[in-house]
Design a protein around this ligand. Sequence first.
Ligand code: PT1
Length: 279
Amino acid sequence: MSSTLQCGRFELDLGRPLIMGIVNVTPDSFSDGNRHFSADQAIAHGRLLIAQGADILDIGGESTRPGADPVSVDDELKRILPVIRGLHDTSIPLSVDTFKPEVMRGALKAGADMINDIYGLRQPGALDAVLDSRCGLCIMHMQGEPKTMQQAPRYEDVMHDVEQFLHERIAAMQQAGIDGRRVVLDPGFGFGKTPQQNYLLLRRLQELDSQGYPWLIGLSRKSMIGHIIDREPAQRVSGSVAAALAGLARGANILRVHDVAETVDAVKVWRAIEHGAFL
Ligand code: PT1
């Protein structure tokens, strides 16, 4: 028997790894340049990722990579709403990558199935914004805020601090009355962490107590990959796939990736080896 994730219109089977494909609707995304800024381009890219085997799409209207500038609620909604509407007739759940309660409400009204929040529903009003919904919720650890988080990451014990933070957020959600079947956790690779801290968290993912909640991990094209292979984001595909498989081997359930086709193939072969899964 395998567990499931309640995700808006869908109930996702976590008996196999799921691939979340990234759809950026930002002018400054670190690895896609300007390519997916217009709604039409983002919709076309989303459809391509579905054809390549994505299980979920993650639509983002504000870049949260290190050093990125904030976006207003209005601008973020203008970017993502047409994309949610344009992809709503597809057969897979739509996640929206946002930490702003107003954007969450707008996205859910437009039909989003999941809220992926890098602040872990810490903004005032965020818990309220998702309470009356059945949407999936990704709760991520971040130290600091995107603009400055990489300046001086500091931890007593990064494993313990990330775990404790996630446990506090779980408690806050339980207190708010949020159904645990909607929740997935994320250690937040690259969010206020040095390369060493990122690799420690990945290597020891299995030792982090998720209290039974599934894990989502985002490693795709990040600087922790570039740190090892010294390549630009678009040239980090193989490195990212290697890291994703290492994450699966340590218990990750959902992989947030740019390169869906490559990751889908790698995961299929990995499953054939690990689980004798030949279809
Ligand atoms: C993530 C994630 C995300 N990452 C979730 N949402 C980004 N749940 C956006 C770098 O070091 O891991 N999990 N939404 C993208 N953020 C980054 C962070 C991009 C660091 C690049 C870096 O290069």
